[in-house]
Each structure stands twice: as structure tokens, then as C-alpha cells.
Design a protein around this ligand. Structure first.
Ligand code: NDP
Length: 254
């Protein structure tokens, strides 16, 4: 039996939305397992702070500013990452946002912003990075979905639509890219405390509803994503593609 390795040394990972929250947590995880990390976001100040914290842990990391909703910025950024590090072995397609509103209060602009960032952004990044991975004849793509890609909850019209779309893109890209040696999977977390969710989770009633919805009785943490993201990024993940893996304390099994 050959034992494949979780070691990510000599691999380059691009994490969109890697300057904060879940993206920064996953960048740290990949870096701790040896990867060189390119993180992205719009705000350079947050980006530089994140780089400082990654470098303090001995991780080779650089910030690349781009808005994932702009194809020209995305194309430029992917070119810059390849120029800086020579290749992209792992993509964590993570940048995202949410505007929680009931259906009848959701404005066209709310929909455009959420779906534009979470779904069009994931598409544009996936397309630009796929071109590079096809040239390399290898790669691991990890799209960040959510439990809302498969379950319904109130006030999530645009967000759930975008995450359901990500699950479908994951299957389509897995089908197209398998012949090029590229695995495409998604992670679907339940609630994790980050700048995006901290206000929402600070309401004790909301928090209780969420913890009661899981089987393990708690919200998620950044540590809960370390194993799943490192596994999907590593050479150990060669026979899994097109899947969405829910990191949700059992929520979607309930
Ligand atoms: P945060 O708001 O904490 O971080 C979002 C990150 O994305 C930041 O780095 C932000 O940087 C970047 N970003 C947002 N919009 C853009 C854009 N247009 N272009 C480039 N970068 C952008 O969110 P989370 O860490 O909570 O969420 C990260 C991902 O995880 C999202 O896809 C989210 O849907 C998903 N998720 C989160 C869950 C949670 O409970 N937190 C649960 C399930 C899924 P900047 O503002 O500088 O652009």
C-alpha cells in the first residue's frame, strides 16, 4: 500500500477572501502544512495585517488585491500570482458575503451584490485558475459553499441561491476538469464565528437555535475546517471529485 501525504510543501495555494474569517483560517491551515499562500481581498490594510500574522507563523505569504466580481481584476490577479510563485496548485474559492432579508424586502441590488460576489465571483476565479491548472495538468479546487447550498432557512434568498449554484458548479467543473488531472470539491460549513456572522451569532436566541440544529450541540470554529481543507488540497484527495462535504456538526444529517 502506498501512503499518500498531507504535506503541502512546494505547493502554491490561492485563497480568495483570505484576509479575514474563514479564508484566513484556511490560508493558515494550508500554510502550516507547508504551502506557499497567496491571499486575496479588496481591502489592502486587512490584507497586510493578515500577511503579517501568516509570516509570523513562518508561512510564505503575499496579498493580492482584487475584486472577485471584476473579470479584468481577477485575470490580472491570477497572472500576478503565477508570476510571483510560478504556479497555482490549490484554489480555495472562498470570497463571499451575505445580506439577510425576507424575500419581499430583498431588493434587486441586494440580490446582485450577493449573487455577484458569491456565484459570479466564484465562476470568474474558477475560470481564470482553471486555465492555469489545465496548463499544469494538475490542481485541486475547493469551492466554499454552505449548509444553505442544500437546506432552506428564512431570509436567505440570494445567499442560498448563490450557494446552491456553487454546489452545481462544483459538479460541472469536476466533470470538465477530471481529464486534466484537476479535482473540484466544495466545503459546506454551518455557522462559524467570523466578521460576517459575529453580529448575527451574538443574539442568544439565534445562537441557541443554531446549536440546537446541529447534532454536536455547538457552532463551528476555524479549527473544524483545518482537516477538511488540508485533505481536499493534498495528494491524498485523488479519487474524490464533484462532492460537497458538509462541515456542519451533523446539521444536514438531522
Ligand atoms: P468574512 O466577511 O469574515 O470574510 C470575507 C472575505 O472575503 C474577506 O477577506 C473579504 O475581504 C473578502 N471579500 C468579500 N467580497 C469580496 C470581493 N468582492 N472581492 C474580493 N474579496 C472579497 O466572511 P466569512 O469568513 O464568514 O466567509 C467566507 C466564506 O465562507 C464565504 O463564502 C461565506 O459564504 C462562507 N461561509 C461562511 C460561514 C460562516 O458562518 N461564517 C458559514 C458557511 C459558509 P474584503 O472585504 O477586503 O474584500
Amino acid at each position: 500500500m502506498s501512503i499518500p501525504s498531507f504535506d503541502l510543501s512546494n505547493k502554491v495555494a490561492l485563497v480568495t477572501g483570505g484576509s479575514k474569517g474563514i479564508g484566513l483560517g484556511m490560508a493558515e491551515a494550508l500554510g502550516q502544512y507547508g504551502a506557499t499562500v497567496a491571499i486575496n481581498g479588496r481591502n489592502p490594510k486587512d490584507g497586510e495585517e493578515a500577511i503579517k500574522s501568516l509570516q509570523e507563523q513562518g508561512i510564505e505569504a503575499r496579498f493580492f488585491q482584487a475584486d472577485v466580481t471584476s473579470e479584468s481584476e481577477v485575470t490580472n490577479m491570477v497572472e500576478q500570482v503565477v508570476e510571483a510563485f510560478g504556479r497555482i496548485d490549490v484554489l480555495v474559492n472562498n470570497a463571499g458575503m451575505n445580506i439577510r432579508k425576507p424575500l419581499i424586502e430583498t431588493e434587486e441590488d441586494d440580490w446582485d451584490r450577493v449573487v455577484g460576489t458569491n456565484l459570479k465571483g466564484v465562476f470568474l476565479i474558477g475560470k481564470a485558475v482553471a486555465k492555469q491548472m489545465v496548463k499544469q495538468k494538475s490542481g485541486k479546487m475547493i469551492n466554499i459553499s454552505s449548509i444553505l447550498g442544500t437546506i432552506g432557512r428564512p431570509n436567505q434568498t440570494s445567499y442560498a441561491a448563490s450557494k446552491g449554484g456553487i454546489n452545481q458548479l462544483t459538479k460541472v467543473w469536476a466533470s470538465e476538469l477530471a481529464p486534466h488531472g484537476i479535482n473540484v470539491n466544495a466545503l459546506g460549513p454551518a455557522y462559524i464565528k467570523t466578521p460576517m456572522t459575529e453580529d448575527y451569532l451574538s443574539d442568544p436566541e439565534v445562537l441557541k437555535g443554531i446549536t440546537d440544529s446541529t447534532l454536536v450541540g455547538r457552532v463551528g470554529t476555524l479549527d473544524d475546517l483545518v482537516g477538511p481543507v488540508v485533505f481536499l488540497a493534498s495528494d491524498t484527495c485523488s479519487y474524490i471529485t464533484g462532492q460537497t462535504i458538509y462541515v456542519d456538526g451533523g446539521w444536514t444529517a438531522k
